[in-house]
Design a binder for this molecule. Structure first.
Ligand code: DUC
Ligand code: ZN
Ligand code: ZN
Length: 467
């Protein structure tokens, strides 16, 4: 299969230039001009920007909800990532009931996601069933299988998700021996429980009490503690879904002192306000309940700046598509609302519209935080996350002229709602290629799921900071 992408402006994390791309056998075979046919397909990208396909560092499909028991929307909803220009998702794999992490990864790849994942798929392990040494021994095997990252939840005490500090420290000691990058959900569970329970005991049970009871200092404390561990143990870390100034400041300071720490934020923390949860109708307000919670304008301003200065390096979606019937479990008590928002399809659009088009971020920086740095963190670079000869022909061809208003009809999430409903959209992925195959054309998904497992290599981006 020979495909020509012509007349576009290629954007990478480092530069921007006009050239044509020749694709052969799923790879970029050459970059230049004057390529001669025959071609199986020619794509005219005149007036458009040719970006690497997005790499989403943070996706939860068919994932354990925050109750530690139930499961959110499945892999049949992953096509939304392609519509949004993301061609590789890095999905979290919690333990299947009674299974260790290694078997759970195999189960996810061979059963849950089999023939159902539309983009390419890489995996973060996520331990929810810790059994001492036999669990720690799995770290080496996971790395050998192409799973060089693992997330632990420092929040959600009382559920299977929660891991205490002794488990975090034990994993960090093991991970650094094998080049695994540890990741944490950093919120102090005791701070949260104190506020949440006392608020509920006073009869305050609506969704808005979710954000009122997860103070920024609870997030900043868990980030500080994790970074102290990281510095003292010499274990590189990624702090995911950073939402606020207090937590991001801890990361900025630690990085300036040489700590091996990478920060990730998410589009909803850059664009959406916590007051969305004030809506009097539960059915509306519950949609924005995610953790950490949405914050304030000052936090959003800080986070854009932090991305631009590489204090925070990655923007992941934290896609967690929770259908409304599940959100309604918390109708009488905000503490029972499963936490999370859909966003895999909205991530690149949000950064393009509210970053690039609004003048807050360059196109190169957008590529860096949405494609290149996440690929590096997960050991997928350069196969994923850039445009170069020999890499996978994953492309997101952005039409900068598109103007729209986001709704779940125009920007599907795989469930009933889109958390950016009513927001302005400027530009969109017009054509998306996954390993040279056109999967989105004129903004419409064409394909049948063809995603493949992409093994990651150990010693990802966070380990570079040790040098
Ligand atoms: N943390 C996540 O990373 N995703 C969904 C919910 C949560 O708390
Ligand atoms: Zn989390
Ligand atoms: Zn998440």
């Amino acid at each position: 299969m020979r495909v020509l992408v012509k007349n576009g402006t290629i954007v990478t994390a480092l530069n921007e230039y006009k050239a044509d791309l020749l694709i052969e056998d799923e790879k970029i075979a050459a970059i230049g001009t004057g390529f001669t046919g025959p071609f199986d397909k020619e794509i005219d990208a005149t007036g458009k920007y040719v970006l690497p396909g997005g790499v989403d560092n943070h996706a939860h499909f068919e994932a354990l909800n925050t109750d530690g028991k139930t499961t959110n929307a499945g892999y049949d909803t992953t096509y939304v990532a392609l519509l949004g220009g993301t061609t590789t998702i890095v999905d979290f794999c919690t333990n299947e009931p009674g299974m260790n992490m290694v078997d759970s990864v195999n189960y996810r790849l061979n059963v849950r996601a089999k023939d159902r994942c539309a983009p390419d798929l890489a995996i973060h392990a996520c331990c929810t069933d810790y059994r001492g040494q036999e669990t720690l021994d799995e770290v080496k095997t996971l790395v050998e299988m192409g799973v060089p990252t693992m997330k632990l939840f420092l929040a959600y005490k009382g559920t299977a998700l929660y891991m205490d500090d002794s488990k975090l420290l034990a994993f960090m000691n093991e991970a650094k021996k094998h080049g695994m990058t540890m990741m944490v959900h950093a919120e102090n569970p005791d701070v949260l429980d104190l506020y949440r329970n006392s608020m509920a005991e006073q009869g305050n049970l609506a969704p808005k009490y979710h954000y009122m009871t997860r103070p920024p200092f609870g997030e900043a404390e868990a980030v500080s503690r994790t970074i102290l561990f990281s510095k003292n143990l010499g274990c590189p870390m990624c702090i995911v879904h950073v939402s606020c100034i207090e937590a991001a400041e801890v990361i900025r300071k630690a990085r300036s002192e040489g700590a091996p720490v990478i920060g990730e934020t998410c589009p909803h923390y850059l664009v959406l306000d916590k007051h969305k949860m004030d809506h009097p109708d539960f059915d509306i307000a519950c949609r924005w309940v995610c953790s950490p919670p949405l914050r304030d304008q000052e936090d959003r301003d800080y986070l854009w700046n932090a991305l631009n200065r590489d204090w925070i390096s990655i923007c992941g979606s934290d896609n967690s598509s929770i259908p409304l019937y599940q959100k309604h479990w918390g109708e009488n008590d905000f503490r029972a609302i499963p936490n999370g928002c859909p966003g895999a399809g909205d991530r690149m659009n949000a950064l393009w519209t509210y970053g690039v088009m609004k003048g807050k971020m360059s196109r190169q920086k957008m590529v860096d935080v949405c494609c290149t740095q996440p690929a590096k963190l997960n050991g997928l670079y350069p196969r994923k996350g850039t445009i170069d000869v020999g890499v996978d022909a994953d492309l997101c061809i952005m039409d900068p002229e598109y103007k729209g208003t986001i709704s779940v009809e125009t920007n599907p999430t795989g469930i009933e709602y889109n958390v950016y409903e009513g927001c302005e959209q400027l530009g969109r992925p017009d054509t998306v290629l996954l390993r040279g195959h056109v999967v989105v054309e004129q903004g419409k998904y064409l394909g049948t799921p063809g995603g493949q497992f992409i093994p990651g290599k150990p010693y990802g981006l966070a380990y570079d900071l040790l040098k």
